[in-house]
Structure formats: C-alpha cells, structure tokens
Write a protein that binds this ligand. Structure first.
Ligand code: SF4
Length: 945
C-alpha cells in the first residue's frame, strides 16, 4: 500500500480509476477496481484498490447477499458489505453478515483435516490428508451399499446452506440417510402448515399488509431476520399495524403496536377466540371459504345427516368454537378480553391484506405446538389472505429450487432410525431420539457425517449424544464436517474443515417476500484468482490452509465409492458437458443456470454474458413475475392437455389422472389447487383421523405440558423459555466471530421483579434452575420484559472446551471439567471463564468479557411431541437462589431420569403398525429426502414393537 496522487491508476478499459466520490454501494461497473481511502491512514488520503465479488451470507438461512472486498495488494478479503443487487436483502445485512470477515481471519480456525490419535473424546488429534479421509469413508460406504446395508450411512445436517444438493448425493448413493436438526427447530410449525395446505412454511407479504400478526419473536429467532424485518418496517411505514404475541419483550415486540405477552402454550386459545369473533361479526371472507375450504369433506364425514351446504357448514363452524370466548382466552393467556377483541376486528378488517407468521418459539415450545401454526393459518383462511398481496402464501410460491441435471431415482430403502413406527406423521426425522434408538439396538451406523451440526451442545440431553458418539459399536466411523470447532466434533474420528460463507459454492432461495429469486454463493478468493488468470482446479487451493468445500468433497467421495461406475453412482458425478469426465463444481452450477432458471439466460444475453457469468457477476437473480407468478397460484387453471384422460370425482370435485389427484373443480372451472389430498385447504384433515388422532381432525387448542395448571409458583416452579435467540449470534457457529461475542457474551436468566422478590435474588445473583433431569447455575437478570411466572434464557451461550488451547474458540468458550460419576451422573464445572489470549490477532489479547454464559441444554430431557415429533422445548423448572457450593456454570445431569422422561413421552404416541394398507406414513406428506413410494409400505412385521 502506498500513498498515491489522485488519477494514477489506469483500469484495463483505459478508464482512470481513483476515488471519485465517497459513495457506498458502488455499481457493478466499478466492482473490478473500486477505490476507497484507507481509513487507517487518515488524515492522509491513501487509496486502496479492491475487486468486489458477490457471494451469499452463510450465517443464517436467510441467504442475504454479501459483497467481498478483495484487497488487490494482499489478495485477501478486507471486509464484507451488503449486496444492493440481491432481491432479498437489498444491500442490508444484520451484524452477522459483515462478521464473516472474523470467521475468515479467526486465528483459532481449523485449517487442515484432523484424525483422532487417542480414544474418542480424548482430545488427541493428528493432521491427516484428504486422500486418506476420502479413501477411508469411500470403502466404508461402498461396503454398506454393496452389502445392502443402506440404512447405515447417515448425513446429519444442522445448517444446510444449499437447496437440494445433498438430497441428490444421497439419492445417487441409494441410501435413506438424510437426517436434520429440524425437530429441535421448526418441524412443529411445519406440521401445522402442512395439514392445511401441503406446504410446510409460510411466506408473509409484510410490505403490502394492513395488519401483521407475529407469534413470538421470529425476527430474533433468526428466521429470515433481516429481509423480513425490512419489509415489516416497510409495511408499517405504509400504515400497517403490528402485533407480536410473545411472553418476552423481544426487539420485535418493542417495535410493535401491540405486545401480547401470552402465557406460553395459550396462543392457540387466543387465536381461536379471534376466529370466533371474525365468524360472529361476519368479518370472514365468505366466497373464499366457500370456494377453497374442504367443507364438503367435513360435512360428508362428520355430519352426513345435515344439509350438505356451505351455509350449514358456517353454522356448525360457529358452534364448534363457541366455547372460545374472549373471557376463556383471557383466562388462559393472561391478556385482556379487550385486546383480543380489538385485534380480532383489525385482522378481520385487514381482510386479504392480513400477514401472519410463526415459526419456532410457541410452536417449538409446547406439546401440540403445531396447533399454533394451524390455528394461525385458520385466521388467514377466514380472511381469504392466502397468497394475496399483503397476505401469507405457502412458501413454495415464493421460493425457487432449480433442478440439476440427471436426477437419481429415489432410494429403495426406508430407514426406521429416521422415521420410526411410533411417529408416522413426524414432519421431519426423529433426530433427537437417535441416541436412544441406537442404544435400544434399533440399528447401527457404518458411516456417520455431522455437518455444521452440534447435537452434543444443541440438542436436549447432550450427554446421551456423548455416550452415543463414543460407542464405536453403534457408530463405527464419524466425521464432523465443520467450519469451526464444536463440542460434537470433539467426539468424532475425523474433523474436516469446511469453508465459511465466502469459501464455498451453494445455491439458495428463500421466501423472504412476494417474489422468487436464487442466490449464488461463490468462493470469492477462487473467483479472484481466476480473474487474475490463475487456474484453480479445486476450491481448497484458493481457501486458507486445506479448507475444502462440501460440494467438491461429495463429488470426490462419490467417485471413490464407485470408481468404475458399476454401482450406477458415478454417472451422477460426471460432467454433463464432457461425458465420462469428472464433474467440476463450475459445470454443476453452469448447467442449472443454463437450463433450469426461467429468464436467466435472456437476462444474461442482454448483457452479452453467459448465465454462469451473469451469476458470478451479480450473485443473485430474481425471476421475472411473468415467468414465475407469486400470488393466488391455487387458481392456476389446468389446460386441455392436463385434463386429457382425467376423471372428475363427483362428490369431492377432485380431478384425477392415473390414480393421482391433479386438481379440483371449483364453480365449474378446473384449478390446480393446493398440494393436499383434497386439493383444497384442509380445515378438516381426514389424514389425522385415519392415522389415529380423530380428536385433532380440525384445528383446535391442545393443552401444553406447561399449562399453568401444571405449575405451582408457591413451590418455586416456573415455566422456562429456553428457545429465544439473540439477533447477533448464530447457534454454535459464532464462537469464531469476535465482533459478535463482543456484543453478546452472556445469557442470564430473565426473571420478572415479582418473581425475583419471591425467590430473593437481584440482578447478578446466582440462581439454580432445576429441570426434570438435572440443574444449571446461572446469573439472574431482573426485568419487566418477561411476564410473571415465566423465566427465559437464551440458548446461544455457554460454550465449553475440555482442553486449554484446543477445541472451541477461546473467544467464546469456558474451560470446563466434565465427568461421569460412578453412579452414572454427569457433572460440569467451569475451571476458567473466557480470558485474553495471544494470537496473530491483537484483539485476542484485548478480550474484556470473562463469563461466556451457561450451557442449559445439557439439563433438558427429550420431549418429542407424539404427533409432529418436535422436541417441545418449554419446561417446568424450579428456580431458587444458588446453593452454598454452587458456582457459575455448574451443570448436573442424571441420565436415568432422562431415560424415564423419554419412555414417558414415547407412551404418548399411537403407532399405526397394523394398517391394512401397510403404509408407514401418508403418501402425500412431505419427507425431506423421499425414498421410493413402495418403501412407504411396510414389508416386514415391525421388529421393535
Ligand atoms: S439475516 Fe442471516 S443471511 Fe442475512 S446477513 Fe444476517 S445472518 Fe446473514
């Protein structure tokens, strides 16, 4: 870097490049050589030259656009800012986006593949090489496939960061091995949405709404945090009113017109009271309901002797919810009757411009939490605001997943470790129960990959995961694919460093608003080197150390599993442009951009670019609405070709072809409808009835396991909310981001002043929080921002490491002693909190925070909802002042009690193993990885029940 006079640099075009203005958000024409003054040189005017390369943030699922500023002098990324050309984020990011630079430069990062040198969990590691890693796993996986043990290969993912890539890999291998984190996250809300409309996520059009209702602090729980936050504020600026139902005064609630601090688990009662008011006061959208709700199915099944008319349906509907008076809802929730009535009327008057959203929080916390999403969607149905401007669409209308070349056939195997017989309706894999299932001998794993996933820390009952991971008979080989150390990686056989957001390829799309777009994550230093004329064969050659990207890892591994193509696997990883040659990652995406994204080739041609070059230049593309409309897609009419050979079922109006429902007749017209069995919105779910839950055939209110009647404050009992996130941290992936830890480094227990007085504590005092299986010790924070009777603790903090200088980043982790006693109980004690340390980064010596929080999830038992399978996070706890020998960060766990709680919740299920049709699960229901249709039928008598 040198101090230079203005007008000195000459761009390739001949244009003189220098600081022309102090603008931010430079236009793409200037990205090849963007010039800024060096802030550190101030007051001298020293210019720095950057190449700006777009990529996609990987620090939550929102997939915002980032621009990497690559310093031309050093060839390193200097900073990340927002990409104004990204349709979702529009140049704006939350704190976690720019903090990607911390992750790139983290002095503690893992740079080379590691192999354990001692026993599992002993903490002894040696550097290995990728060739050895690939060969070891390829031979293990190949043996499992050849010997038809296709349920012994498992890929267990936390943050996928891509759409569809791994499903293709696992499909090519022919294994049923996709496992996810979703049943500690969103599977319950998904289930409620799926019952209604066949899609399992909502997509609110906040920017055009007149009234917005959010159940719990979804913005802070990380769901599309920044893109949706922008649009909520946009809607508010245009006059929308915002109500937030959350027992905690979140940042979102603090921006709302109405904060509704409901008792956790009572949300469905409040929403049904609102539905009752909307029905009673004739505020519902009669025509929409008549046309699109499956009321005919309901009357035929449940009231066959009544007139089969819509008017009679509405009368019955009113009767069904007559008990949900404002007084009842107020009693359950603690809200006032007036506020419930007022908001119900505003929702009714907003009509088709009513936007609503719930995701984790209430749905994720409670037994039957899926009813919250289901009843919230009921309000959208009543107002006719499904997929309208200002309404809420199924996510599939606002998300675009382009197809890759050569799709593998679905696997011919069903893995009961993922979808066991007790949970036929589980919306996602029964991930939290894997340790129990393996312990019970339901199976074993030959090759297990955890990828950006940290179940030892994140899941309930983490010690059961430690016991599972250290059992070499049940898990024969385990690799943790991770960009950062995790508590789980500590117990792996291999720790394989993978790129952070700017060091990898992925394709992403999210339902951030009423549009469809794709975002292209690209490894920016690889792109930079290629622009400099260098040839880069693999991304790791441009990344720091030997940090790989997953996409290339899976291609290499697949070629080694099937080196001669005889297993039929290799062909999926051969170039679509050069038959027989190994697929390059550039070719994979090039093919998609050229063939699967409507409008992209034309947009690229306008700029005389190839589709790939267009995506490399801008990093994202919004599909023109004429090619991908986004509103009221259920009303797409079926054309004559679609209707050829189709039959219409007279009673239900379903349009069938070859045994499959392809649409529905409404008022004499053939429509596509919704992807449900009836092709309508299913107020009435025959599925629930057929699969053993007739009492839940229509939307209702399920009493949560943390209903007030189960909690006695006089005995020191409280309801613990352990789910809320901080907008500045990323589950367990922000330990390598110093700026984020500088902002957020403690997770005290929120306690209302009334409760604090009863307990006898003040802010900063130590509390002991006792769960069903153990306890933890943390500090109290006394605040009016939580409703009385409820305590809350953010789930982010409390990272730990077992060795002084290896393992979890020292920015974020305490050094602990963790041990199992003779009696089987586990104890953790912090030996040292967070301390400054010497490294290449001088900031590590400046760390000022000393306590990094307390790990609470270890003390939670599993609570799998018997229907959706979701872990129900909320729980009854006892809160008291700490005992004499308690120390900050202490954790105690009794695994025998954990086993008892697991057994208890298992008894709540209703396995459907004796069905005459042999089905394991309704065929129409989504599975994240979907094996062949014939595997949905049970072939053998179940061996476990
Ligand atoms: S909202 Fe998510 S994707 Fe967007 S900048 Fe923040 S962490 Fe990154």
């Amino acid at each position: 870097m040198t101090e230079i006079p203005l007008q000195q640099h000459i761009a390739p075009s001949g244009e003189q490049m220098t600081v022309r203005d102090l603008a931010s958000c430079p236009s793409p024409e200037r990205w090849h050589d963007w010039v800024e003054y060096d802030a550190k040189a101030w007051p001298r005017r020293v210019e720095k030259h950057y190449e700006i390369i777009p990529t996609i943030c990987f620090n939550c699922e929102a997939a915002c656009g980032l621009l990497a500023y690559v310093d031309k002098e050093t060839g390193r990324v200097r900073k990340f800012e927002g990409n104004p050309y990204h349709p979702g984020s529009r140049g704006r990011n939350c704190a976690k986006g720019p903090a990607t630079i911390n992750q790139v430069n983290d002095p503690e990062r893992i740079l080379y593949p590691l192999k354990r040198a001692g026993k599992r969990g002993e903490g002894k590691w040696e550097r290995t090489n990728w060739e050895e890693v690939l060969e070891t796993f390829a031979s293990k996986i190949r043996a499992a496939i050849v010997e038809d043990r296709r349920d012994e290969v498992m890929y267990h993912v936390g943050r996928p960061g891509h759409d569809g890539y791994m499903e293709r890999v696992l499909g090519a291998w022919g294994v049923d091995g996709h496992n996810s984190h979703t049943n500690v996250c969103s599977s319950s809300a998904r289930f409620g949405y799926q019952l209604w409309c066949g899609a399992d996520r909502p997509s609110p059009d906040h920017a055009n709404a007149r009234f917005i209702l959010l159940i719990s602090s979804h913005l802070e729980t990380g769901h599309y945090f920044n893109p949706q936050a922008q649009r909520i504020i946009e809607g508010k600026m245009k006059g929308a009113r915002l109500a937030v139902m959350d027992p905690r005064l979140s940042n979102t609630a603090s921006m709302a017109d109405y904060w509704l601090p409901t008792w956790p688990g009572s949300e469905a009662a409040v929403l049904l009271a609102m539905a009752r008011i909307i029905l009673a006061e004739q505020l519902y959208n009669r025509e929409y309901m008549r046309r699109w709700v499956n009321w005919q199915d309901y009357l035929a099944a449940e009231h066959p002797d009544e007139p089969q008319t819509f008017d009679r349906f509405i009368e019955i509907l009113r009767d069904l919810y007559v008990d949900y008076t404002p007084a009842f809802a107020a009693k359950e929730s603690g809200l006032t009757e007036e506020s419930i009535v007022d908001i119900a009327r505003q929702i009714g008057h907003a009509g088709t411009a009513f936007a609503a959203h719930t995701w984790r929080a209430a749905s994720a916390g409670n037994l039957g939490g899926w009813q919250v999403a289901r009843v919230l969607w009921f309000l959208s149905v009543l107002t006719g605001s499904i997929g309208t401007p200002g309404g809420t669409a199924p996510n599939s209308w606002n998300k675009f997943i382009p197809a890759p070349f050569l799709k593998p056939r679905p696997a011919e195997v069903w893995n009961e470790l993922l979808f066991p017989p007790e949970y036929p309706l589980a919306n996602y894999e029964m991930s939290i129960l894997l340790p129990y299932f393996l312990k019970e001998g339901r199976g074993k794993l030959s090759a297990y990959f955890t990828r950006v996933y940290n179940p030892v820390w994140t899941n309930p009952d983490g010690t059961s995961w430690i016991e599972m991971l250290t059992n070499e008979e049940r898990i024969e080989l385990h690799a943790a694919l991770t960009p950062v150390w995790s508590e789980t990686a500590w117990y792996a056989d291999y720790v394989l460093p993978m790129g952070v957001g700017s060091e990898r390829h992925d394709l992403m799309s999210q339902e951030t608003h009423a549009a469809r777009w794709i975002g292209y994550r690209q490894p920016v230093l690889r792109v930079y080197k290629e622009h400099q004329g260098e040839t880069v064969q693999y991304t790791y050659q441009a990344n720091p150390g030997e940090v790989w990207e997953e996409d290339e890892f899976w291609i290499e591994l697949s070629w080694r599993i099937d080196p001669d193509g005889s297993l039929g696997i290799r062909k999926y990883f051969e170039s679509p442009y050069h038959p027989g040659q190994k697929l390059t990652i550039e070719e994979y995406y090039r093919w998609i951009f050229e063939n699967s994204v409507p409008g992209l080739p034309a947009a690229a041609a306008k700029e005389k670019l190839t589709p790939l070059a267009y995506m490399q230049k801008y990093g994202s593309f919004e599909i023109p609405q004429e090619q991908a409309p986004v509103y009221t897609l259920n009303e797409r009419e079926l054309d004559a070709a679609a209707l050829a050979d189709a039959q219409i079922d007279e009673r239900s109006d379903k349009i069938m072809r070859n045994g499959t429902t392809i649409g529905v007749m409404v008022d004499g017209k053939a429509y596509e409808g919704f992807p449900t069995p009836s092709r309508k919105l299913e107020f009435y779910s025959p599925t629930m009835k057929e699969w053993g839950w007739p009492e839940y055939a229509i939307p209702g209110y399920t009493l949560s396991h943390v209903h007030p009647s189960n909690i006695d404050h006089q005995r020191g009992e409280y309801l613990l909310i352990p789910t809320f996130r901080l907008p500045t941290l990323i589950h367990t992936r922000s330990g390598n981001a110093k700026w984020l830890y500088e902002i957020s480094n403690a997770n005290p227990v929120w306690v209302h002043p009334v409760d604090a007085e009863r307990i006898g504590v003040e802010t900063g005092d130590l509390l002991r929080v006792t769960t069903e299986i153990g306890y933890y010790v943390n500090r109290a924070w006394i605040t009016d921002g939580i409703r009385p009777g409820v305590v809350a603790c953010s789930h982010h903090l409390g990272r730990w490491r077992l060795e002084t200088s290896t393992g979890i980043d020292r920015w974020s982790s305490a050094l602990v002693q963790l041990g199992k006693e003779q009696d089987g109980t586990w104890h953790m004690r912090q030996l040292e909190g967070i301390r400054p340390f010497e490294s290449d980064d001088p900031d590590s010596a400046r760390i000022f925070w000393r306590e990094g929080g307390v790990h609470q999830n270890l003390t939670f038992p599993v609570h799998p909802d018997p229907i959706s399978g979701m872990h129900c996070w909320h729980q009854k706890v006892t809160v008291e002042a700490a005992h004499a020998n308690d120390r900050y960060g202490d954790v105690y766990v009794d695994p025998r009690k954990a086993q008892e709680v697991y057994q208890h919740w298992l008894t709540m299920t209703r396995p459907q193993v004796n069905r005459s049709d042999g089905l394991r699960r309704p065929l129409w229901m989504i599975r994240p990885y979907r094996p062949a249709a014939n595997t949905f039928k049970r072939q053998l008598v179940d061996r476990h029940l």
